[in-house]
Design a protein. Structure first.
Length: 194
């Protein structure tokens, strides 16, 4: 239930009728939701064969592409919104992909597991890596090649000349605006080029 609510909270950031690019779109659930509830159009980018097939079955436009190769196939500002949800932590070229997100879209929206969430801090203090709903893997089998925090992203955005338009955390399907670096398991940022 909270995963669906998390998706709806992020969908609220997308203006109705937007042209959307969803980087790492998975099975296309969010793009289908935006199409059906907000009249949005656009494309998903996905590398996994099974997810590409699921997108096609759902009627979602999808391009099979490795994000590590960048977004050179798209012109500047060719989308109203570029979504990069739960993908930054999987990429080697995180900073350049963030800049590409800002180049290709008028607005960028990113989300990622917030490693500074208090249960994660306690687990690390106890000498172990956290395993949670937002970080569901053991340290040795995780697809995440990096971890970050809400506060880390604020610094990264400034460093790359991005203007944060909105930012909050999500915890169990609810928006967290008070101390999100401590109290939220997922960080969400909406930004544009500064």
């Amino acid at each position: 239930m909270s995963e669906r609510k998390d998706m709806e909270l992020i969908a609220e950031l997308v203006p109705a009728g937007s042209r959307v690019l969803d980087l790492g779109c998975g099975r296309g659930e969010l793009l289908a939701y935006l199409r059906d509830h907000k009249g949005c159009t656009g494309y998903g980018i996905e590398i996994d064969d099974a997810n590409v097939l699921a997108c096609v079955e759902r009627g979602v436009n999808v391009i099979q592409l490795n994000l590590e190769e960048g977004l050179s196939i798209f012109a500047d500002q060719s989308f109203d919104v570029v979504l990069q949800l739960e993908t930054l932590q999987h990429l080697r070229n995180t900073e350049s992909m963030l800049r590409e997100t800002a180049r290709v879209g008028r607005i960028g929206i990113v989300s990622f597991p917030n490693f500074a969430h208090w249960p994660n801090r306690l687990r690390v203090m106890g000498g172990r890596m956290p395993v949670t709903r937002a970080l569901p893997y053991e340290w040795y089998d995780t697809p995440n090649i990096r971890v970050g925090t809400y506060a880390d992203f604020e610094v990264l955005a400034r460093r790359n000349g991005l203007q944060v338009l909105d930012a909050f955390g999500i915890q169990r399907g609810r928006v967290v605006r008070f101390r999100p670096n401590l109290l939220a398991s997922v960080a969400v940022f909406k930004f544009q080029r500064g």
